[in-house]
Design a protein around this ligand. Structure first.
Ligand SMILES: Cc1cc2nc3c(=O)[nH]c(=O)nc-3n(C[C@H](O)[C@H](O)[C@H](O)COP(=O)(O)OP(=O)(O)OC[C@H]3O[C@@H](n4cnc5c(N)ncnc54)[C@H](O)[C@@H]3O)c2cc1C
Length: 442
């Protein structure tokens, strides 16, 4: 039987960084990837390494996240960017993102197509002497004489790092943790995230951490979308518009999250199957309003080209009428928009139910638009409990850790909640930390 210091389960961004950090620290590392090739979701990501200026600012934005992990995230980010760059993985300059946050983009490939960056990382991992076995999913990890046995590979490792990407692709787990709204979720990430890391960690006695119903995701057009369009067609500007359900009523404070990640979650929590994003020409053009991440294509044209269900009208009355045909109660919608606009004009939108806490915009510039939407899940936020060395914490035994077991990336729960601070950065930070911790202790 092969013996290793460290085995990494899952070769997404977190697993690859973990393997590289562990191998560079002198550990003998093996990696198993269930999919046909390593890389995971980072290949199709926008490639933005989001950071926050301070732990306090991050916690203010994500109050339901674990402060210790948030500290790890903020303090390790600069080191991890240096680590990537020192391996010939270029990262662009800091750009402001709002909400005391900044972003540094991968400087290889384009948003939505980051294969080049990921392939260079994989080359570094190979170069560090790591064996990567693709198409070889791990089914079980069990303790054996002070180490772990990994099956069906039949390999032994003193330390194991779980990095299988969470459970966004497992409908049963989504339903277990998110309730009936999970049935309406559309997946906005690759199909590898089957929850196997979570299952294996639980079978070894791990605790869960974070809000298991929370996820990072986006509002998506209610039409078939090729994965190459998930990122470019994301309506990041949804936080500026008005979101209504079939009754015509608003169901969330559209503007509380900077990347609009709280909007699909609100739909899931209320078990809403479809919802409509209403916006006007000013929002579409980003004229005098901060649309956040700019689209590198004409969003409307691209959406229409793939048959996204967009209604365009010259007046709000006409829009309401068209949405009536699409299944939205016109009386409810008319009343809702009247109350919404009146509150904005009076400066009382924060007192609406639900409130509109930021960027209150009256829809008053024709043409008017409505996109029929579904909630899309990219990555789950609850997961395996870890400490700030990325050691897995047991469900029982406060102050203890599960010896030799580590977890990184989306598999590790608790750092984010209903709002989110950047999974690529978190994967890099937690992967780096897990790799170093596992190698040093091995
Ligand atoms: C369209 C899109 C755009 C995005 N843009 C950004 C962005 O700009 N900034 C940002 O911060 N985040 C972004 N994200 C999110 C980010 O890319 C992902 O959350 C991150 O890449 C996840 O990395 P991971 O390693 O935790 O998991 P994954 O990428 O899911 O990798 C996990 C790997 O484990 C493998 N695996 C699963 N089970 C097993 C098993 N039993 N045995 C072996 N292998 C297994 C899977 O096949 C997979 O390859 C985006 C995501 C998408 C989809």
């Amino acid at each position: 039987m092969d013996n290793f210091d460290v085995a990494v389960v899952g070769a997404g961004f977190a697993g690859l960084v973990a393997a590289l950090a562990a191998a560079q620290s002198g550990a003998r590392v093996v990696m198993f990837e269930g999919g046909a090739r390593p890389g995971g979701n980072a290949r199709i990501a926008a490639g933005m390494f989001i950071a926050t200026e301070s732990t306090d600012a991050l916690h203010a934005y994500i109050p339901d996240g674990d402060p210790a992990l948030q500290r790890l995230f903020v303090e390790t980010y600069p080191q991890v960017i240096d680590f990537l760059e020192s391996h010939g993985l270029p990262v662009g300059p800091l750009e402001p993102l709002g909400n005391a946050r900044v972003v540094r983009p991968m400087a290889l490939g384009a948003a939505g197509a980051r294969g080049e960056f990921v392939d260079r990382l994989i080359a570094c991992v190979h170069g560090a002497g790591v064996r990567i076995e693709s198409g070889n999913p791990v089914m079980n990890v069990s303790p054996e004489e002070g180490a772990y046995r990994i099956d069906p590979q039949g390999v032994r490792a003193r330390r194991v790092i779980l990095a299988t990407g969470g459970f966004a692709a497992n409908p049963a787990l989504l339903a277990e943790f998110m309730g009936p709204g999970a049935q309406y979720l559309r997946r906005r990430s690759l199909d590898g995230a089957s929850g196997s890391g979570l299952r294996m960690a639980r079978s070894l006695g791990a605790a869960l951490a974070g809000d298991m119903a929370a996820y990072y995701g986006h509002t998506m057009a209610d039409c078939p979308l090729d994965q190459s369009l998930w990122q470019p067609l994301t309506p990041y500007f949804a936080r500026l518009g008005v979101l209504v359900d079939r009754t015509g009523r608003r169901f969330t404070d559209e503007a509380i999250s900077f990347l609009e990640e709280s909007n699909p979650q609100a739909a899931t929590r209320s078990a809403i199957d479809r919802y409509w994003l209403l916006f006007d020409e000013r929002i579409r053009l980003g004229d005098g309003v901060d649309i956040g991440i700019a689209h590198r294509l004409d969003w409307l044209e691209a959406a229409q080209a793939v048959g996204a269900p967009v209604v365009i009208a010259q007046t709000l009355d006409e829009l309401i009428e068209c949405l009536g045909v699409d299944g939205v109660d016109p009386h409810g919608l008319r009343a809702e928009l009247a109350a919404y606009h009146a509150a904005i004009r009076q400066g009382t939108s924060a007192a609406l139910q639900p409130p509109r806490s930021a960027q209150p915009l009256v829809l008053d510039r024709a043409p008017y638009y409505a996109l029929r939407c579904v909630a899309g899940v990219t990555a789950t936020c609850g997961g395996v409990a870890i400490d700030s060395l990325c050691r897995v914490l047991p469900a029982q035994g406060e102050g203890k850790v599960i010896p030799g077991l580590y977890c990184a990336g989306v598999d590790a729960g608790g750092i984010f909640g209903r709002t989110y601070g950047g999974f690529l950065s978190w994967c890099a930070v937690s992967g780096y930390r897990a790799g170093l911790s596992a190698a040093q202790s091995a």
